[in-house]
Design a protein around this ligand. Structure first.
Ligand code: ASP
Length: 442
């Protein structure tokens, strides 16, 4: 098929048992040539991730406090894994070096050691080349990853290397300091490696069988999305779906490489395939709706003024007020003589009075009010463009659930219908739409 880059998350590598599962997955397909591991994550609900243990050690070390007990627990996690995997490997040299540098090499250096050590263990277990991410993931001295330099360094280093393990989450700055991405950043490393080797697919192995159509805390047992486009994912992520690290999308998306979210604990499941273009993926799904997401915490600023529609520059003047106060505008649904601006409530904090008086001054509305507690609901689906009556079905479902709709917005892409409802109606609204579009087809 072509090269597969496989990234395994912390829960997929939390102990020797999980590492064995990951190794079996890797070895079952020779296209899975490059492996990007996270640090060992939680083995059970109240367990602590190695990355968090390292942050805690660093806090103590940087204050000059003794961190021997905490560090001994980290060593034990790796030594238990090594013993259970039956490896002839000692990390004592690395442990000693980390212990000695912890206080002065920086917080990011400390955190990065989780992936570094895990990479050594996993490469030994697989018999693959270990490539220190510090050699190939390049950051600027300000801590921003430099994509061109990184892709070039990865390409040069991986040339002729059949199989390798490249730890996730960290790299090195131009002047030689170890830097990390933000939390969950191994996803980004995987994406960069996939881009560098022109992978056929970037497999992201985790502990769920893909992206769910709706939040399982809201809808009982929602189904998995089999195929989703990058654009749809962007719409859903904006509304609170958290699947991958945000920065992991760009490197593969621009190269047209699909991401496959898979479950290490259920490798027989197909997971979710994130694709640039669903037709190219030879997709046959007939669902109109791909996903439903919702987010609370918005406000509506409602304005009314006779003959507003013929006042040239009215909307511009309104938006200037928001821009001058540094308030980000989410949506601007409008009528003939009415206009609402939807904004994030948090960005309005402490500025409400100022905003209202500036609006009065700028456009002299006859009526002006601020409506709090608005939630936005996004019904996302590339299938909508081809299907008539989708909007009717959405609003019939909401009416059936006795939900008052405060705002409607459909972008020209016909990919997304956004509905504003009262915050306390949000969950019920999601359930109504799920039932109408998904449950009814199962
Ligand atoms: N180990 C890091 C974290 O816990 C990075 C990762 O797992 O992606 O955030």
């Amino acid at each position: 098929m072509g090269i597969k880059v496989v990234k395994f998350g912390g829960s997929s590598l939390a102990d020797a048992g999980q590492i064995k599962k990951a190794a079996a997955i890797i070895k079952s397909d020779e296209d899975r040539r490059y492996v990007v591991p996270s640090a060992p994550g939680k083995r059970f609900k109240d367990d602590i991730k190695v990355t968090d243990m390292l942050y805690a050690c660093y806090e103590k070390a940087s204050l000059g406090e003794d961190f021997k007990t905490e560090f001994a627990q980290i060593k034990k996690r790796y030594n238990d894994i090594i013993a259970e995997l039956g490896l002839d490997l000692s990390l004592e040299t690395q442990f000693a070096q980390i212990e000695a540098s912890l206080a002065h090499a920086g917080r990011e250096y400390a955190a990065s050691r989780g992936e570094y050590l895990n990479g050594i263990v996993i490469s030994a277990y697989l018999g693959y080349t270990f490539i220190d991410a510090a050699e190939v993931i390049v950051f600027s001295d300000e801590g921003v990853m430099m994509r061109h330099e990184t892709v070039a360094a990865l390409r040069a280093r991986l040339k002729g290397v059949q199989n390798a393990v490249i730890p996730g989450f960290y790299g090195r700055s131009v002047s030689g300091v170890v830097r990390t991405f933000s939390r969950g950043g191994s996803d980004v490393t995987g994406s960069l490696v996939a881009r560098a080797v022109h992978a056929a697919v970037y497999e992201n192995w985790t502990d769920v069988s893909g992206i769910l159509v709706a939040d399982p805390r809201v809808v009982e047992d929602p189904i998995v999305i089999p195929v989703i486009t990058y654009k749809e994912l962007r719409e859903l992520s904006y509304m609170g779906f958290s699947v991958l690290h945000e920065d992991a999308i760009f490197p593969v998306r621009t190269a047209g490489i699909p991401i496959n979210i898979r479950n290490t604990n259920a490798p027989e499941d197909d997971g979710t395939l994130i694709v640039p273009d669903s037709d190219a993926a030879g997709e046959t799904t007939t669902r109109t709706i791909t996903g439903i997401a919702g987010k609370k915490g918005f406000c509506a600023i409602n304005m009314e003024k006779g003959m507003m529609n013929s006042e040239v520059g009215f909307i511009r003047d309104v938006l200037n007020v928001f821009a001058d106060l540094g308030i980000n505008v989410e949506h601007i649904p409008s009528g003939i003589d009415t206009l609402s601006v939807i904004a994030d409530a948090a960005s309005l904090e402490g500025k409400q009075e100022q905003l209202l008086s500036a609006l009065r001054k700028a456009v002299a509305p006859e009526h002006l009010e601020l409506e709090p507690d608005i939630a936005l609901l996004a019904v996302v689906g590339r299938g909508m463009r081809k299907t008539r009556g989708t909007a009717a079905r959405i609003f019939a479902a909401l009416a059936h659930g006795r939900i008052n709709v405060k705002m409607i917005d459909q972008g020209s892409s016909e990919l997304n219908v956004i509905v504003g409802v009262n915050e306390h109606d949000l969950h019920q609204a999601i359930r109504c739409i799920y039932d109408a579009f998904i449950s009814s087809t199962l």
